[in-house]
Design a protein around this ligand. Structure first.
Ligand code: S3P
Length: 440
């Protein structure tokens, strides 16, 4: 059994210094998937060595791909080609990772073998019909539980999938990516239309591997007539991990932090836009393009934040950053109102309810609504927070300690290792007064 980890935050302090946060999780998953299906040897640097991406790595090893972990974010993938995966001898265990399960369901639907996808308690509660239903329209055969959750039993339909035009009911990069990966094995063209822009790492990386993808506003198309050719991938730092320090250095007085080599793909920078609307001081320095993805250093200094109505078009562009944005809102002057974010209810936890409960426990006036939250900025006290095993909730409340008036204890923090195992070390180096305690 994994050890339970509790975070203890001594309140107050400031953040200062320079850090390079962990590699991008979305890109790390995709690098393993596409590198495995490529012809030739792919070298990845900056790979996120955290439980989620490692679950994907293990799944491909279980399907016969030789993947070397060389340490320090360096991974070498000996690609087996588009049709080279082998039947796994046991269910593929994907831990906490929704991205892994949803993308793999598409990629594996058209293989010449059957397989089963399983996950941990949180992943086993998350909705999978959003992928299995459109996949079924392409001819896939995938069984879920009665309530549409994992385990997913996939009966491979090699040569039998057909492309389709699909308009997604929600803005989801996971659903889009799942269908594009299925489209690599389908007859004819597969086109996915999204209600608003979502992260486009799949499309960019497919092109980087030489696979044709057509992109138009809110639409991507793919067909089976392509090959992936191995390439080198430099994964930038994850803006979703940088987000904790963007907020931390904004809310803690006398702080300046520089975050190096952060991915600033425009489908991911909602956090910067929202914080700037609230009055944050964030400078984007040394902009460059690395392997088809825009990258920059981000410098953030303390500021007085103001409450805002968060523009709904920014929601999908900051979808993973709301736990820490709610902390920013609690420290801001006036009211912050989030709407159009019902997707937060089906993340690793119900992030609307769990964050509202946690903020209330610290004495903040926070009201959960079906699709968002209304937060009145105020003074945060100390207290005990249940993170419900959600990595981003645990890290968000750790950052809250910078402005709380008393210590905060956060329960169930072991899943921080799914996305950002170096969080504690980096946070402490920058000045957060965080200690942790492990119990069997
Ligand atoms: C991800 C897409 C997002 C995000 C998740 C990673 C991806 O999920 O929340 O952490 O890598 O495609 P949705 O696409 O379901 O919103």
């Amino acid at each position: 059994m994994t050890k339970k980890i509790t975070f203890h935050i001594q309140n107050g302090g400031q953040l200062s210094g320079t850090a390079r946060v962990a590699g991008d999780k979305s890109m790390s998953h995709r690098a393993i998937m596409l590198g495995s299906l490529a012809q030739g040897v792919t070298h990845v640097t900056g790979f996120l060595e955290a439980e989620d991406a490692l679950a994907t790595l293990q799944a491909f090893r279980d399907m016969g791909v030789v993947i070397e972990q060389l340490g320090n974010g360096c991974v070498t993938i000996h690609g087996v080609g588009k049709h080279g995966l082998k039947a796994p001898s046991k269910p593929l265990y994907l831990g906490n990772s929704g991205t892994s399960m949803r993308l793999l369901s598409g990629l594996l639907a058209g293989q010449a073998f059957d397989c089963v996808l399983t996950g941990d308690e949180s992943l086993s509660k998350r909705p999978m019909k959003r992928v299995t239903e459109p996949l079924a329209s392409m001819g896939a055969v995938i069984h879920t539980t009665q309530s549409g959750t994992a385990p997913l039993h996939i009966t491979g339909q090699a040569g039998k999938l057909h492309g389709m035009d699909y308009t997604m009911p929600m803005a989801s990069a996971q659903v889009k990516s799942c269908l594009l990966l299925a489209g690599m094995y389908a007859q004819g063209q597969t086109t996915v239309t999204e209600p608003g822009p979502t992260r486009d790492h799949t499309e960019r990386m497919l092109k980087g591997f030489g696979y044709p993808v057509t992109q138009m506003t809110n639409q991507a198309s793919i067909h089976a007539n392509g090959q992936l050719t191995a390439c080198d991938i430099d994964v930038p730092s994850d803006i979703s991990s940088a987000a904790f320090f963007l907020v931390g250095a904004s809310i803690a007085p006398n702080s300046t932090v520089v975050l190096e080599h952060v991915g600033i793909n425009p489908t991911r920078t909602g956090i910067i836009d929202i914080l700037r609307l609230m009055g944050a001081h964030i400078d984007i320095l040394n902009e460059r393009v690395v392997g088809g993805e825009p990258v920059a250093d981000l410098r953030v200094t303390s500021s007085e934040l103001n409450g805002i109505a968060i523009p709904e078009h920014l929601v999908p562009l900051a979808i993973d950053e709301f736990p820490v944005l709610f902390i920013a809102a609690a420290c801001a002057k006036g009211e912050t109102r989030l709407t159009g974010a019902e997707e937060l209810r089906v993340k690793e936890s119900d992030r609307i309810q769990v964050m509202a409960d946690g903020l209330q426990a610290l004495g903040i006036d926070a009201t959960a609504t079906p699709d968002g939250m209304i937060i009145q900025g105020g003074t945060m006290g100390g207290g005990v927070i249940d993170s419900h095993g959600d990595h981003r909730i645990a890290m968000a409340f750790a950052i809250a300690g910078l402005r709380a008036s008393a210590p905060i204890r956060i329960l169930d923090c072991e899943n921080v290792n799914t996305s950002f195992p170096s969080f504690k070390a980096i946070a402490v180096a920058l000045g957060l007064n965080l200690t942790s305690q492990e119990e069997a």
